[in-house]
Design a protein. Sequence first.
Length: 497
Amino acid sequence: MTDKQGSAEAEDATTTASTSAPPRPPSSSSNSNSERLLGPKSSVCSRSYFVVVMVFFHVYIVNVIALLLYVHYSSGQEDASRPGRDAARSGEQHAQSPRPPSTAPSLRDISLPRMEGIRVGHVQKVSLVPNKVHEMTTLSLKPLLFEIPGFLSEDECRVVMQLAQLKGLMESQLMVQDGQEELAKELNLSPEEIFNLLDINQDGQLQLHEILTHSRVRDGIWLTPENLQEIYAGLKVDKDGNGLLSLEEFRLLSADAFQRFLLQRGVKRSQLVRNSRHTWLYQGRGAHQVLQEIKKRVTRLTGLPSTFVDLSEPLQVVRYEEGGHYHAHHDSGPVYPETACTHTRLAANASTPFETSCRYITVLFYLNSVDGGGETAFPVADNRTFDEVSLIQNGIDLMDTRRNCDKSNLRVKPTKGKAVFWYNYLSDGRGWVGEQDEYALHGGCMVTRGTKWVANKWINIDPDYQRQARYQQLVSQQPEDEDDDGLTSHSDIHEEL
Ligand code: OGA
Ligand code: CA
Ligand code: FE2
C-alpha cells in the first residue's frame, strides 16, 4: 500500500520534471562547432537530469521520513504493552503501566499484549513466581496455544479440588434442554428452504453428514451418524434405509417428531454434548489465598493489565468421571456487530439479539494426572485450512471426542499441575481483540480410566473496546467496600455469571 503510493508519487514527479524543464536560452557565445552542437545538448541534458535526480531524491527522502515515522509510531504502540509484559516476565506487578487501565480514556492507549508463538516446539522461559522459572512451549500457531508444565504445585491442585468439592459440583449439562422449538419457530424457513440449505452438494438428497454438519446437537444431545439412522428408523422416514433423505422424507422429520422420539427413547449422559460436573470459585478479595495467587499468576502469564483478569469470570472447576467427555466446541462464539458480550451487556445499555461470553483467552489447568484418556483435543490445530464441512468425512466426525480423538491434529495429555492456554480470538491488527479463531476448536476426550479434574480461567474482553471501556469505567465507579462480607459490588455481578 505504502509502496504503491510511493511509486505512484515518484512516477508523477518524473513526468512533471521532464515537462517543466525550462528551455535553454540560445547561446550567444562563439563556441566551436562541435561545442555548439554538443554543448547545448549536453547542458540541457544535464539540467533535466539534475532536476529528475533532485525530484527522485526528494521523493526518496519523503518516503524514508514517512517510513521512519511509521516505524516509530507502531513501535511506540507496542511499547505501551511492553511494560506489562516485561513486568510480567520479571515477576513484577503492572505498576509500571503508564496509566491505570481502569478508566475509559486510558483504554484507548492500551495495546493488548499477545504472546509470540515463533514456531511449534519453541520454548520460552517465563518468570511467574519468585525463585522459579517456568518453560512455556508453543504447541500450535493456529490457534496460538502454549503449555506450561508445573504451573500449579501439587498442593495448589489439591486445594482447588477440595474447595470445589466443599462448594459442590453441579451437572454441567441438564438432560433435556428446552428452547430449541422456539428457535425453530423464529427461524421462519419452510422445510424446502431448510432442505436446500442443508443439501450442500445440491444432489436433491440429504446425506447423513449434511444433516450432522448443521445440527450435530439436538436438544443438547450429540448426534452420531448411527443415532441419526436410529431416529430415521424410529420415525420411519427413510423408507429404503439407505441413509439418504429426499425432500418428501425430510418433511416427516419435523422438529416436534424429532424431540418426541428422543424423549421417548430416553437419553444417556454419554449422549450429551458434555458429560461432567463443575462449579465456580470466586478469586477476588476474601477468597482463599491459593485462588488469589493463581489469578495473579495468570495475570503475569498473559501480561494483561490486572483489571482485565480481575473483571473476568471466576475459576471454573470441572470433574469428569470415568466415561466423561466434552465434545469439540468453542469456548466463545463469533462476534458480529449485533452480538453482545455477557460481561459487558449490563453496561452496554442496548438490547442485542445475540450474546456470547467473549472469552479472549482460555487458561486450562490439569489438577490431576488421568489414568486413561481425558486428553484435550484440538481437531484442526495448525490445519492448512479450516473447513466446517470437512469436519465430518466418511462418517468420521472430528468433533466427536468419544470416538475420534485419535484423529485430532493435536492432543494434550492431562498432567497434574500443567497449564495450557490459547487465544480464542485473533488480533484485530491494532492491538485489540479481533475475529474468532476458528482453529481454537477443542474438546475433552473420553476418560477411559479414573477421574479427571481440570480448571478453566477465562479472560473476558469485549472485542468492542468502547463497550469494554464503559464497563470498566462503570465497575471502577462502584464503591469498593460496600458489603460487610468483603465482596465488592462488581464481584457480585460476576457471581451471577
Ligand atoms: C472446557 C474444555 C477441555 C478438557 O471445559 O471448556 O474444553 O480437556 N475442557 O477438559
Ligand atoms: Ca446431498
Ligand atoms: Fe472448552
